[in-house]
Design a protein around this ligand. Structure first.
Ligand code: ADP
Ligand code: MG
Length: 227
């Protein structure tokens, strides 16, 4: 269990992409804060900037202006290598297209984020098995992604996102490809694990049912928070 008070501060984040005409403004000054252990839903129509916002928060895309502070550190002041390490160390990502590697089995996929540091030791392998048990997949360790259902694949992605004890979990429409029953069950699982691991959690979703499970919500429209 993490003891320190981690905190995310998103301050007036603007993101523009260059075009031949004037720059395309995708985020128009987004600000919010998240305390340790808190969770937040981000809602909004397609194209409103939800994925872009997650990419900026997750250190994958620098903002055009404004800042993101995670645990009192601005990741975009880091060099490329340090930034990659920072992401790997602090942030867990869950995407709608689970991004599992088809040639690796379930256990290997969960271990993948740890490979950068060399061969996983016994403690890391135990943690992977434990996480897979907690997402209900202990009977699937040697299955390949193609041999799993959509809901099971998403559960593997949830386990993988937690393998390195992130302070912040970012999920981009994690239940978008699932039927209602599986969507609710993956949503419940995410929240249960978030509580157990005491991480912050941000979930982009179109599902009001999923958003209702989370403590806070913001709504994006044309790159600004409207609610
Ligand atoms: P959402 O996730 O809410 O559907 P996105 O953040 O994916 O929205 O996209 C918001 C807007 O930004 C869209 O109009 C999209 O075309 C544009 N956009 C996203 N990524 C890029 C990029 N790399 N270059 C240019 N425009 C982009
Ligand atoms: Mg998106």
């Amino acid at each position: 269990m993490r003891a320190s008070v981690a905190e995310l501060v998103v301050d007036n984040v603007v993101k523009e992409y260059p075009t031949p005409a004037e720059p395309l403004r995708v985020l128009g000054g987004v600000s919010f804060e998240l305390q340790s252990g808190e969770n937040l839903a981000i809602l909004g129509p397609s194209g409103s900037g939800k994925s872009t916002l997650l990419h900026v928060i997750g250190g994958l895309e620098p903002p055009t202006s404004g800042t993101v502070m995670l645990d009192k550190q601005d990741p975009f002041t880091l060099g490329e290598r340090e930034l990659a390490h920072f992401r790997n160390r602090n942030i867990g990502f869950i995407f709608q297209e689970h991004h599992l590697l088809p040639q690796l089995n379930v256990l290997e996929n969960v271990l993948l984020p740890t490979i950068a540091e060399g061969k996983p030791d016994a403690a890391v392998r135990d943690r992977a098995r434990d996480l897979l048990e907690r997402v209900g997949l202990s009977g699937r360790l040697t299955h390949r992604p193609a041999e799993l259902s959509g809901g099971e694949r998403e559960r593997v992605a949830v386990a993988r996102s937690l393998i390195r004890n992130p302070v912040l979990l970012l999920a981009d429409e994690p239940t978008g490809n699932l039927d209602r029953k599986n969507a609710v069950s993956v949503g419940e699982l995410l929240l249960e694990l978030q509580k157990q691991e005491n991480t912050m959690l941000i979930v982009v979703t179109h599902s009001l049912e999923l958003a209702d499970m989370l403590a806070r919500r913001v709504e994006l429209e044309d790159g600004v928070i409207v609610v």
